[in-house]
Ligand binder design. Structure first.
Ligand SMILES: [Zn+2]
Length: 430
């Protein structure tokens, strides 16, 4: 499996190449504090949320990850012109000193601004000379912060708004079926609308079954390429570097359980604490459910669905040192052999069907939960060449709605099992 690309569900396939986290000094002014009295806690939550957006977009924590260096009050005389204020911050000596003192690479500055529709601003950074992102504290902070920090890692808007650059653009696509088809834009889109999703463009990932990038619209490629360089802006990288990688399966049979273990690399003797959380979308995580290095996890009960697991690792002072994320998909494929899922849920409809293959004996068991319907069913097996015959099923004597099929005399190949009442009601690929 590719370690570097993490195609599709494989968010757990993180690169073993390790970059330092990008340390972010969060500053806020009096207006931001007045708008949000909990701005310090909010700041930490925003940086965590930006990391979640990176992870769910397929940018690995080993390559690009943000860490809060500090959260401090700081005031300037706002001019009302965001470009003026940003340039002032970029060149102000006090800001520069704070950045050095806190061993920070980037600065995220929250103000409650009146910028005439501009929600945030940052230069496209190419060489480490541009390090400030300013964000209006009254907007959707995490999404706008992710967008502005993206600029500091050289991510660009959509090509229509910024034709410069070969590939590092936002992407526009559609999901769903007509007449409910929805327009979607990835997070570097030039305007914040309801169409913007919490994803950086990435052609290797899907959102509602649609890839959200192309070879020329791939912000994640840029993020992964720039993460190490931006993290090295400040040479004194603060606390000890702790890296983590979650070991465990990428695929599990539906509804089954397994263990995940986080492998931590850190200086010896460093006391660590762990917080595991689970999410169904990679963005919204539930409460802490595990605090040791290993947790038991349950696969989703519908094939093809994905759960996300996130472990945050803290030092004894509660400082977040690193985060690792892994996704697990309920195996949508039935692959005969010793690793086959022993239970295949074939239908989510009211006639709940489960299929238990016993590959070595050739005997398969089909379980229906509809007694009346099962009494009326006739089963037909069709080979890939079109030959069909009524199958030799027998009713399990222990149950009125469980059928057993003996396929041991069939040649290996692909067969369709048809369950039929007055008309075909279900085709099952074997
Ligand atoms: Zn922008």
């Amino acid at each position: 499996m590719p370690e570097e690309d993490g195609v599709g569900y494989g968010a757990g396939l993180e690169s073993r190449t390790r970059c330092h986290p990008i340390r972010v000094l969060v500053l806020y002014d009096d207006s931001a504090l007045a708008f949000d009295p909990n701005i310090v806690a909010t700041s930490r939550r925003v940086v965590t949320g930006v990391n979640d957006i990176l992870r769910v977009s397929g940018a690995f924590s080993s390559q690009v990850s943000f860490q809060v260096a500090n959260v401090l009050p700081f005031n300037i005389n706002q001019t009302g012109d965001p470009e003026n204020d940003r340039d002032f911050m970029e060149t102000n000596n006090t800001v520069s000193d704070l950045r050095t003192t806190n061993a920070a690479d980037l600065i995220l500055y929250f103000v409650n601004a009146s910028w005439g529709g501009v929600l945030g601003i940052a230069n496209l950074a190419e060489d480490g000379t541009r390090v400030v992102a300013m964000v209006d504290a009254s907007v959707i902070l995490t999404r706008v912060s992710a967008h502005e920090l993206g600029h500091l890692l050289s991510c660009r808007h959509e090509s229509a708004a910024d034709p410069t650059g070969p590939f590092e653009h936002a992407y526009d696509f559609k999901t769903g079926c007509k007449p409910f088809r929805s327009d979607r834009n990835t997070i570097m889109w030039s305007a914040l609308t309801n169409n913007v999703i919490n994803r950086f463009s990435n052609p290797l990932r899907t959102y509602k079954d649609e890839p959200y990038g192309t070879t020329v619209e791939d912000n994640v490629r840029q993020l992964r390429a720039r993460g190490c360089a931006v993290a090295s802006y400040d040479d004194n990288n603060g606390p000890p570097i702790v890296t983590a990688f979650i070991d465990g399966p990428d695929l599990l049979c539906a509804c089954t359980q397994d263990d995940l273990t986080v492998q931590v690399s850190c200086p010896p003797g460093l006391p660590l604490t762990f917080e595991w959380r689970q999410s169904s979308d990679g963005i919204n995580y539930g409460p802490v459910y595990g605090t040791s290095e290993t947790v038991s996890v349950s696969a989703p009960c519908v094939e093809g669905e994905i759960f996300w697991y996130r472990v945050q690792i803290f030092d004894a002072n509660g400082q977040l040192l690193t985060t690792s994320v892994k996704s697990i998909m309920a195996n949508p494929f039935w692959v005969p052999g010793p690793n086959a899922c022993q239970q295949l849920i074939l239908s989510r409809e009211e006639r709940f069907q489960r299929f238990f293959p016993a590959v070595s004996s050739g005997v398969f068991t089909l379980e229906l939960n509809d007694l009346k319907l099962s009494d009326e069913l006739v089963f037909t097996v069709t080979s890939s060449s079109g030959a069909s015959f009524v199958s030799n099923q027998s009713v399990d004597p222990g149950s009125q709605h469980t059928f057993q099929f003996n396929f041991s005399d069939l040649l290996p190949g692909m067969y369709l099992l048809t369950s039929q009442r007055t008309k075909p009601v279900k085709f099952i690929k074997l």
